[in-house]
Design a protein around this ligand. Structure first.
Ligand code: FAD
Length: 286
């Protein structure tokens, strides 16, 4: 199928974007990498009157260390994030997540900001952002604001973005002594996850602290498993502590079955991933 007809503007500045969004409202859509938007246009699931192309806005692109944090511009391609030495050093979870996202051709175009703004509940990057305690920078005609990632994702494909606002960057605090891990189960490599888990924790001696376990593919948005995190907090990773974290998942997760798996299967797979991810964290400790 071909998309419904639309007008197209390649924006020359953020101010022009804000002006177009103010004038066209719901009739306009932002175009970043196009890897989620274009399929929805081609399938006519969406038929905006105007596409506002962000790809000329160099100020939204790039990775930098600023004020003790790693700042990744919204338009930075997923492939660039995957290959960045700064990301590997300061936010390795993002590098580890990238091979799970589709295929290289899609990551060559897809952007970090597009994935965060689209907020697919089975996507890797929103869960990583929550696990890393990232902040989402947004900007509109009223000025910039910063939102904690775990407040940014609100419901199914719904974020804290207000009408007229654009995601401008993702900022990750630099922390020492932390370790990351990620695992997911999908029917085929590159598919969205049936269930996935992104984890970030501090390693004190051999014990885990400040454990942030964030599931994707089990709810309407990234789900932080607080009870499982508490269950493993202060413990070394061994059979008993892994079992305690797995048992706690029933209090954290209320998966809804979908085309790929029933709710019970998803809960079981979440337990499998919890063991895998905690062992990945422990492999570094020893
Ligand atoms: C075959 C296939 C497999 C895929 N598999 C996966 C997968 O396994 N995991 C995964 O996470 N993703 C997957 N994706 C999606 C891919 O990661 C997309 O690149 C990503 O979801 C959207 O990024 P984009 O830059 O392409 O955004 P676009 O498609 O351009 O935009 C997506 C939405 O976000 C809005 N938007 C974009 N940028 C901004 C911004 N800066 N501010 C505000 N709103 C914005 C757009 O208006 C649109 O509504 C897959 C895509 C395809 C085609």
């Amino acid at each position: 199928m071909k998309p419904a007809p639309f007008a197209y503007v390649r924006a020359a500045s953020l101010d022009q974007v804000f002006d177009l969004l103010a004038r066209h409202g719901d009739e306009a859509r932002l175009l970043a990498g196009g890897q989620s938007l274009v399929p929805t246009l081609n399938l006519r699931l969406s038929a905006p009157a105007l596409l506002i192309d962000l790809n000329g806005l160099d100020e939204l692109d790039g990775i930098a260390l600023e004020n003790g944090a790693l700042r990744i511009g919204a338009l930075t391609r997923q492939r660039t994030v995957e290959e960045s030495e700064e990301v590997a050093r300061h936010a390795p979870l993002l590098k580890m997540a990238m091979p799970y996202i589709a295929h290289p051709a899609i990551r060559n175009r897809g952007t970090i900001g597009g994935s965060i703004a689209f907020a697919d509940p089975a996507a890797e990057l929103p869960a990583c952002a929550v696990a890393l305690g990232a902040q989402i920078e947004v900007q509109g005609a009223q000025g910039p604001r910063t939102i904690e990632a775990d407040r940014f994702f609100r419901a199914l494909y719904e974020t804290d973005l207000r009408p007229g606002e654009v995601v401008t960057a993702v900022t990750i605090p630099k922390r020492t002594g932390y370790r990351s891990a990620i695992a997911e189960l999908a029917r085929r490599h590159g598919d969205y996850a049936m269930v996935g888990l992104a984890a970030h924790a501090r390693v004190d001696s051999r014990a885990l602290a400040d454990v942030r376990l964030v599931f994707f593919g089990v709810g309407a948005k990234p789900v932080r498993a607080h009870a499982a995190g508490v269950a493993i907090e202060g413990s070394e990773v061994d059979e008993a502590s892994v079992a305690a974290a797995q048992a706690a998942l029933a209090a954290d997760l209320e998966p809804v079955g979908d085309l790929h798996a029933s709710a019970a299967t998803k809960l079981h797979l979440a337990g499998v991933l919890t063991a895998r991810v905690l062992r990945q964290l422990a492999a570094w400790v020893r």
